[in-house]
Design a binder for this molecule. Structure first.
Ligand code: FES
Ligand SMILES: [Fe+2]
Length: 409
């Protein structure tokens, strides 16, 4: 079966067939085409804050160098020496130049080749600068794409930047970071992340904290109506007036790239077990209003901002059957250690992500079975259904435009 024929026979409204979740060949095609075009949230600005600081990050099988140059501009390079291709840096650091350990070629922080011993006459150093990747800083988030079109970045900026600034994300620091390496295809991870059909059976703690679950995890017009009224009351009586974010009770029809606010509900001030604060207020908030702001640009940019902290989600496809999931908890840069209760701050998303990791790994195990056949998405899974249809459509045109269409899977 050709990849083109496999794509064409996927049934709308149904999960994908097995090879999309298990085939290394399809993963390789995705890496070269569809995944390479996406913008990935790879770091927070505070990780590369000073002139000359640099970080080394993996993305889609590549090692990348993200460097803050002398003028404060952030730059992205492949971590590949222009001499014979060695890796240049192994770990994060700070320096005035980047020196390859193999034969000591040295590069300026803007990527240009500064010194290389005994080059033959006629070899132009200016033609040997480090190769760049597309990189942008949007409201304190560092986004990278291997082949992304700058046009797509403009909508991300427009939709997300005002709200990220309002929440003080550019001035934040990372208070905690945990990783959840997950045995499952990146699409299973993403589908899980964007639906709440599984919330009642799987996430007791999340359902207890987040009162909107009643409206999104049940197909009940009455529950949706009750939630809508609660959001309106919150908007009129409690919500911060100076926020640029739209307040919305709708979550099942969220735009692919969007930001918005709603209350946590139940008098909770933040996403802690008892709803009490875990850190000092962030950004433009002058008092707790109990709101939760969500920032999303499917498929790889998700951030949730509470009044006193924010939760940044990173997804990194490693192979057909492995995905790295990393969560960073952000607080105000000026918050002292003794003002931040890391245990209570990480409680909800650590529990929830550990539960999701187990769900995804069981999903991945079942999808490998010879008996697996794609099942229908429910009415409460409109977001994964939309994602899968967009993925197939875009993958199809990329495959048609390349030699991959004949690939036999
Ligand atoms: S490979 Fe880097 S200096 Fe030779
Ligand atoms: Fe979940």
């Amino acid at each position: 079966l050709s990849l083109r024929a496999l794509i064409a026979r996927q049934r709308p409204g149904y999960a994908l067939e097995q090879p999309f979740y298990t085939s290394e060949q399809i993963f390789t095609v995705e890496q070269r085409t569809w995944l390479a075009r996406q913008w990935f949230l790879v770091a927070h600005s505070s990780e590369v804050s000073e002139d000359g600081s640099f970080i080394v990050r993996g993305l889609l099988g590549e090692s990348l160098l993200i460097v803050r140059d002398k003028g404060g501009t952030l730059r992205g390079f492949y971590n590949v020496c222009r001499h014979r291709g060695s890796r240049i840096c192994d770990r994060d650091g700070r320096s005035t130049s980047l020196v390859c350990p193999y034969h000591a070629w040295s590069y300026s922080l803007d990527g240009s080749l500064r010194a290389a011993q005994s080059l033959p006459d006629g070899v132009e150093k200016s033609a040997l600068a480090l190769r760049t990747v597309s990189l942008a800083e949007v409201g304190g988030l560092i986004l990278v794409s291997l082949t992304g079109e700058p046009g797509t970045l403009e909508s991300i900026r427009r939709e997300l930047e005002p709200g990220l600034s309002f929440h003080g994300i550019p001035e934040a620091r990372i208070a905690a970071r945990r990783s959840y390496p997950t045995r499952g295809n990146w699409k299973l991870v993403l589908e899980n992340f964007i639906e709440c059909y599984h919330c009642f059976p799987a996430h007791a703690e999340y359902c207890r904290v987040m009162k909107h679950v009643d409206a999104v995890a049940r197909d009940s017009p009455a529950a949706a109506d009750t939630w809508h009224k609660r959001v309106e009351t919150w908007r009129d009586e409690q919500a911060a007036r100076n926020s640029p974010l739209a307040i919305s009770s709708v979550t099942l029809k969220l735009a692919t790239c969007s930001a918005g606010r709603a209350p946590i509900g139940g008098g909770y001030q933040t996403q802690s077990e008892d709803g009490r604060p875990v850190a000092p207020l962030m950004g433009g908030l002058s008092e707790f209003d109990g709101g939760v702001s969500t920032f999303r640009c499917e498929p790889f940019l998700f951030l949730t901002a509470l009044n006193d902290h924010a939760v940044m989600f990173q997804f990194s496809p490693i192979s057909a059957e492995h995905t790295d999931v990393t969560i960073c908890w952000l607080v105000n840069r000026t918050a002292r250690e003794d003002q931040v209760d890391v245990e209570r701050m990480t409680w909800l998303w650590d529990i929830t992500t550990t539960q999701d990791k187990a769900l995804i790994e069981r999903n991945a195990a079942g999808v490998c079975s010879r008996s697996y056949r794609p099942g229908p998405y429910s009415k409460l899974e409109s977001l994964p259904a939309r994602f899968v249809s967009r993925y197939l459509q875009e993958l199809s045109s990329l495959v048609e435009a390349s030699h991959e269409r004949q690939l036999v899977v």
